[in-house]
Design a protein around this ligand. Structure first.
Ligand code: NAD
Length: 257
């Protein structure tokens, strides 16, 4: 399948580490010029063709970064809003400042980026916007109130934008990764019992990799996904696809028997 990303210019937020770095590499492997916008510098040198320090919650920083990209490359074809933060706290007692910061990064950050990039994509009459939601937007976990609510907001913002930008040939989709061990969630360090409880929720009973999420995002960003918009792509290994997926790993089901 020819993805048609050769020569495209792609911006990925939060690509200095984690899933974002894998998305950046995947888009570059398909021939795109890639730009990383992150509040922190990449740990080991450069990850994008251009790496810009930018806090996506700041409309002025976003505006100036997007102008710099437009001045440098003359276009922006793909925007992946990957930057996000996760906080765990009970809804009953979460501090309002913490709640607001989660919404600032996860929701307003996406909106700031879309508002800055949409005029450029409209000018081109072509664009792909792909937004990181989470499986928490579908089924939240205990302690995830701010995070889950913010990611549900991303899904509905994406669906609204899909209709508003459709007339200019711009698609807007979101995706729900899970469960990919990164610095955000610390899954690698879980005690065996907790790890097994999490893996027992999955039809594909193993952790996901950043590259598996990146491949799904790259498809949504491609020419091939031109008739897909307003959708939420579940990239979670079939989390809770059935009530007790782990039973399929017990005899007599295991191994496809
Ligand atoms: N890892 C998972 O299993 C998982 C599951 C569901 C959803 N997600 C989502 O995928 C995305 C990436 O997750 P990850 O696990 O790679 O996280 P991560 O913490 O490893 O990476 C997030 C990146 O976003 C950047 N960032 C944070 N705040 C920013 C800001 N204000 N401005 C610019 N950049 C900022 C960070 O510096 C970091 O480089 C997030 O939106 C996350 O919510 C991840």
């Amino acid at each position: 399948m020819e993805l048609g990303l050769n020569g495209r210019v792609a911006v990925v937020t939060g690509a200095s580490r984690g899933i974002g770095t894998a998305i950046l590499r995947s888009l570059r492997d398909e021939g795109a010029t890639v730009v990383n916008l992150d509040i922190r510098s990449p740990g080991s040198g450069r990850v994008g063709d251009l790496d810009l320090t930018c806090d996506v919650t700041s409309p002025s920083e976003v505006e100036s970064a997007v102008s710099e990209i437009d001045d440098t490359y003359g276009r922006i074809d793909v925007l992946v809003n990957n930057a996000g933060i996760m906080v765990e706290a009970p809804a009953e007692s979460i501090e309002m400042a913490v709640w607001r910061r989660v919404f600032e990064v996860n929701v307003e950050g996406v909106l700031n980026m879309c508002q800055a990039v949409a005029p450029i994509m409209k000018r081109q009459a072509w664009g792909r916007i792909v937004n990181a939601a989470s499986f928490a937007a579908i089924v939240p976990s205990v302690g995830s109130s701010a995070y889950a609510a913010s990611k549900a907001a991303v899904v509905q913002l994406s669906r609204t934008l899909a209709s508003e930008l459709g007339p200019w040939g711009i698609t807007v989709n979101s995706y729900a990764p899970g469960m990919v061990p990164t610095e955000m969630n610390g899954f690698e360090g879980l005690a065996p019992a907790m790890r097994d409880a999490k893996l027992d929720q999955l039809a594909i009973r193993r952790w996901g990799t950043p590259e598996e999420v990146a491949q799904a995002v790259t498809f949504l960003a491609s020419e091939c996904a031109g008739y897909i918009t307003g959708s939420l792509l579940d990239v979670s290994g079939g989390k809770l696809a059935t009530q007790s997926p782990s039973t399929a790993y017990a005899a007599p089901y295991a191994g496809g028997a």
